[in-house]
Design a protein around this ligand. Structure first.
Ligand code: AKG
Ligand code: FE2
Length: 235
């Protein structure tokens, strides 16, 4: 499929899943590197209030900020860049890539929008690359409500409750998931083995760098830079 067809699909649904976008051979060494970095039980970084309220169980790592160069080849892939430009327009930019680790038995991620949806033009693009298969029995699938990037604010309510029309995605080794930051999404609990995903976030030329500083959950808005709940939300 060409980039403009995919762009229209993204505009309609708020996400696109592209299995096999990256070669297994390219994913395997990166997967090993990620697991070597985290080990079995890495220490957590967020504060207790965030952990208990957000029900989000993720440890981030920014390899490029530590001079690890292994992720650069993904970032510079021509098709990857072409698709990003088709969605974000000329002048788009990328952020330092973020690897996310959730240990076995962790709760995954509650429903959220990566940034507030009030201005439809201002959003982050998640470019999620999966270096190993998500198996149904292991959990960790991504759940999204198609078209929700155009439905405004994520409804207040149960952080983990099912939402109408939700779709469960099961990425595989080499899958690229392009996901609009205003789309309503979550990650299911991780049962069997540790889960990793790598996000090469990007945004349009006119979107501020700190666009994802405030995340919207069904029970709060949370600001990462100040580690504060800035709004309590009730249904
Ligand atoms: O790890 C994933 O599959 C999704 C993570 C996510 O919600 C995000 O990066 O915004
Ligand atoms: Fe997210």
């Amino acid at each position: 499929m060409n980039a403009s067809t995919l762009q229209r699909q993204f505009d309609r649904d708020g996400y696109i899943v592209l299995d096999g976008f990256f070669d297994d051979k390219q994913m395997e060494p990166i997967d090993r590197l990620i697991h070597a970095h985290f080990g079995e039980t890495p220490a957590f970084q967020h504060n207790d209030e965030f952990l208990s309220k957000s029900q989000t169980d993720v440890i981030p790592w920014f390899p490029q900020q530590q001079g690890v160069l292994d992720f650069d080849a993904i970032e510079s892939d021509e098709n990857f860049r072409g698709l990003s430009e088709a969605i974000l327009g000329v002048g788009w930019y990328e952020q330092s890539c973020m690897v996310m680790f959730s240990g076995r038995g962790s709760s995954g991620q509650a429903w959220h929008q990566d940034c507030p949806p009030e201005d439809p033009q201002q959003f982050n693009l998640n470019r999620l690359v999966y270096t190993s298969d998500m198996k149904a029995e292991s959990g960790g699938q991504v759940v999204v409500v198609p078209g929700s990037h155009k439905m405004g604010l994520l409804p207040a309510g149960d952080p983990l409750g099912q939402l109408q029309d939700q779709v469960v995605l099961q990425p595989k080794k080499g899958t690229l998931l392009l996901l609009h930051g205003h789309a309503w999404h979550r990650v299911l609990p991780v049962n069997a083995a540790a889960r990793v995903s790598t996000n090469f976030r990007a945004a349009s030329a006119t979107t501020p760098q700190d666009i994802t500083d405030i995340c919207v959950y069904r029970n709060m808005r949370y600001q990462f830079s100040t580690a504060n709940v800035i709004e309590e939300r009730t249904a």
